[in-house]
Design a protein around this ligand. Structure first.
Ligand code: XBP
Ligand code: MG
Length: 255
């Protein structure tokens, strides 16, 4: 087996807790601006997260939770326009620095860059949202640190389908055995495992009850030297926070 070549990161929930206080707020702002009485509570949004992709999530809301709302052949266009408006509200919110990166994310990415480890993104969110998060939370120009940004509608089948990870691997010209994936959700790990990637999970409030069978390691957070992680399952190889030393051990460990 060759040495570890690349780290592939999910965005929402993994790099930052964007869903409850970011995407959800932006959806509600878009609904209000459009004169709709839709309003997604924290609980309702948790149910809607079963479906990845903002446009797909709105369609799911109409199908399962707002069944009285009249749906016709103009609905897909309405959803598309609502989604454009939601993206504008979301990127505006991120530009205020409202959503920080989760503990350990910046340190790990910096270590990866210093050591020449290749890094990439694999997410279902819209590319503009990735850029806004990276530029405002990680630093100006940080988007360029990622060799591949696989995002949004670049593949038609979003997570839990493996397609977005397979697309990223193809762009990196690497095999799944040479990389590690970082995820926070069941749909995310289904996608990464489906692409054959060993996966490390950092849970959050929306995903803590999810099924992470097959994960190499499940943690509450990546952790910092002075804010260490709690291991929920898997072998942490005696580490207290995620660094490249731990990641190399996970990479070499038998499945
Ligand atoms: C993220 C998503 C996205 C975001 C919203 O999932 O499902 O849909 O919630 O972004 P993951 P958009 O972390 O697994 O990539 O509205 O741009 O889709
Ligand atoms: Mg996620």
């Amino acid at each position: 087996m060759s040495s570890l070549q690349a780290l592939i990161f999910d965005v929402d929930g993994t790099l930052a807790d964007t869903e409850r206080d970011g995407h959800r707020i932006a959806f509600n702002q878009a609904f209000e601006q459009a004169g709709l009485d839709w309003n997604w509570s924290v609980d309702m949004y948790g149910k809607l997260l079963a479906v990845t992709g903002g446009k797909e999530r709105m369609a799911y809301y109409l199908e399962k939770f707002n069944t009285d709302f009249p749906v016709d052949d103009k609905t897909p266009l309405m959803i598309k326009e609502l989604h454009q408006s939601k993206t504008a509200f979301y990127t505006e919110l991120l530009s205020t620095g409202a959503i920080p990166l989760r503990p350990g994310v910046k340190r790990l990415i910096q270590e990866a860059r210093e050591q020449g480890m290749r890094i990439a993104i694999s997410t279902t969110t819209t590319p503009a949202n990735v850029t806004a998060l990276l530029e405002h939370a990680l630093g100006k120009g940080s988007t360029d640190w990622f060799e591949v940004i696989a995002a949004g509608d670049i593949v038609p089948a979003k997570k839990p389908a493996a397609d977005i990870y397979l697309w990223a691997l193809n762009q990196l010209n690497l095999k799944s055995q040479d990389c590690l994936a970082f995820e926070d959700s069941e749909n995310g790990i289904k996608s990464s495992l489906g692409a054959g990637l060993k996966t490390i999970i950092t849970i959050n409030d929306y995903t803590k009850e999810h099924d992470f069978t097959g994960a190499s390691l499940v943690l509450d957070q990546m952790g910092e030297p002075d804010n260490t992680f709690t291991t929920l399952s898997g072998d942490n190889h005696g580490a207290h926070f995620i660094d490249l030393d731990l990641l190399n051990k996970i990479h070499l460990a038998p499945e």
